[in-house]
Write a protein that binds this ligand. Structure first.
Ligand SMILES: [Zn+2]
Length: 483
């Protein structure tokens, strides 16, 4: 196994979130009754003419800029001819020789300290086909709602060397598309589809081995698993003196294996030619500048900035930027802090990663839907950062703040929840506990440190959780040492 290396390239189709289809004004909304979002254009009636959706061009150019691609000022559409029941026109409108975006790259994180550039060969525009439904009726049924829905195809260079790199590239690409707001990134719903080209060669060899194309991987984990399987399969064939056939294989999720779908001999000749019904696509400098200015900060850049600006650990920064709305929420909360320093920035991060994200998960909503103003989180975090309340009390009152939107400061005042840092009253209780528990004191003296927790815990309990735990620990330590 170790003498081989794998060469992997991915072809990713992303369904764009434009309101209307690529070449007509039909709606792209998901889940409409079959064949209700159709018109003569996307049903391929003779004599109709396609008209390009400007939103499609804007979206793909944004993706091109975000993936460091060159943008072609003039590009054209082509016809890819083949016959299939889900393709009413008998051809798909796509781009062939002159894709609008080319020569880019995406950075992936191999680990915390190492990043790798994965080349993007090209990104082009095309239209989706209809959908055959084969399990509802004795006949096959066709739904053309999806016919003409805009897609972009992102083709990578064969730069990935194992299944995990492919997984990381795909998830990074998804993050970028979702950050840009051009695709939902939902693989299970088919908004993101991925095919992999896989070959293996002896390490040190310069020539690529024969590649196979793996299709039908409908989840991120399946992409990783199927590539892993395919690499192992190819190595086994070679080790047994066999030959890899150039073919298309499909991933069988149930059997957890790839199997032959079609071989090179049955490959189709698409007879591409320039689409005569559409004029060329032009992207001028003004459009490019305007779209560049609309681009959000991308996830990895944002992660780097969070580490630098808020001095967050890489782990925290990674978790927060995973979802753009959570990263936005974090920054909004930090803006409301009155003492802006790394210690409170980290406490805000802790609070959002645990308490706030737990609520988001429990309610199964996005952070923007939980109706918790970031300034309230900032106020609450500062109350325990400044030792006004213990973090225990902060956790206790959080549900009420979430529910009523009441100011944490006000709530702490009204309920008299501020913690006691008055040493005399804490000392009184600690002394009493030590007097009443001589066995625990003996245990501590014989080296059992857990008894420290016993005294701290009970002091806190007797003071209704309002004592400052740091001061309590200091006092308990002092008294135990002297008893
Ligand atoms: Zn239509």
């Amino acid at each position: 196994m170790n003498k081989y290396e794998a060469i992997i390239g991915l072809e990713v189709h992303a369904q764009l979130l434009t309101k209307s289809k690529a070449f007509c004004s039909c709606s792209t909304v998901f889940g409409a009754s079959p064949n209700t979002n159709t018109c003569p254009v996307c049903l391929g009636h003779p004599g109709t003419l396609p008209l390009l959706n400007k939103g499609l061009v804007e979206d793909i150019v944004k993706v091109g800029i975000a993936t460091n691609c060159k943008i072609r000022p003039i590009s054209s559409f082509a016809r890819k001819n083949y016959f299939y029941a889900d393709l009413v026109k008998g051809y798909q409108i796509t781009q062939h020789n002159d894709p609008i975006c080319y020569n880019g790259f995406v950075n992936i994180e191999l680990d915390e300290n190492e990043r790798k550039k994965i080349g993007v060969t090209r990104i082009h525009m095309e239209e989706d086909t209809g959908k055959g439904i084969h399990d509802l009726d004795i006949d096959s049924l066709m739904d053309y709602n999806r016919s003409g829905v805009p897609l972009i195809e992102i083709v990578s260079e064969p730069d990935m060397r194992n299944a995990n790199e492919a997984y990381k590239y795909l998830t990074e690409l998804r993050r970028i598309l979702v950050y840009l707001g051009v695709c939902t990134g939902n693989m299970e719903e088919g908004a993101l589809r991925c095919d992999a080209n896989v070959s293996v060669r002896l390490k040190g060899a310069t020539k690529f081995g024969t590649k196979t194309e793996v299709k039908n991987m409908n989840s991120f984990r399946n992409v990783e698993k199927s590539i892993e399987f395919e690499i192992a399969r190819q190595i086994e064939v070679l080790e047994n003196g066999g030959e890899i056939l150039q073919e298309t294989r499909m991933w069988d999720g149930q059997k957890q294996e790839t199997r032959t779908m079609r071989t090179k001999e049955t490959a189709i000749d698409y007879r591409y030619f320039t689409e005569p019904d559409l004029i060329k696509v032009s992207v001028d400098e003004a459009m490019l500048a305007s779209l560049t200015s609309q681009l959000p900060e991308l996830p990895l850049n944002r992660k780097d900035r969070f580490i630098k600006e808020y001095e967050l650990p890489a782990y925290d920064a990674g978790v927060l930027v995973e979802d753009k709305s959570i990263a936005d929420y974090y920054e909004e909360t930090c803006k409301h802090l009155s003492s802006k320093n790394p210690k409170t920035y980290k406490l805000v991060s802790n609070w959002i990663m645990t308490e706030v994200m737990r609520i988001v998960a429990e309610k199964n909503v996005s952070i923007t839907e939980i109706d918790l103003a970031p300034n309230l989180v900032a106020e609450l975090v500062e109350l325990f950062a400044d030792d006004v309340i213990s973090s225990r009390i902060a956790k206790d009152i959080f549900p009420e703040i979430l529910e009523t939107g009441i100011s944490p400061k006000k709530l702490v005042e009204e309920r008299n929840l501020a913690q006691v840092s008055d040493t005399a009253s804490i000392e009184k209780i600690v002394k009493k506990l030590i007097d009443e528990n001589p066995e625990a004191v003996e245990k501590f003296k014989s080296g059992n440190n857990r008894t420290l927790g016993f005294f701290v815990g009970n002091t806190m309990k007797l003071m209704d959780g309002k004592a400052n735990p740091k001061i309590v620990t200091e006092i308990v330590n002092k008294y135990l040492a002297n008893s």
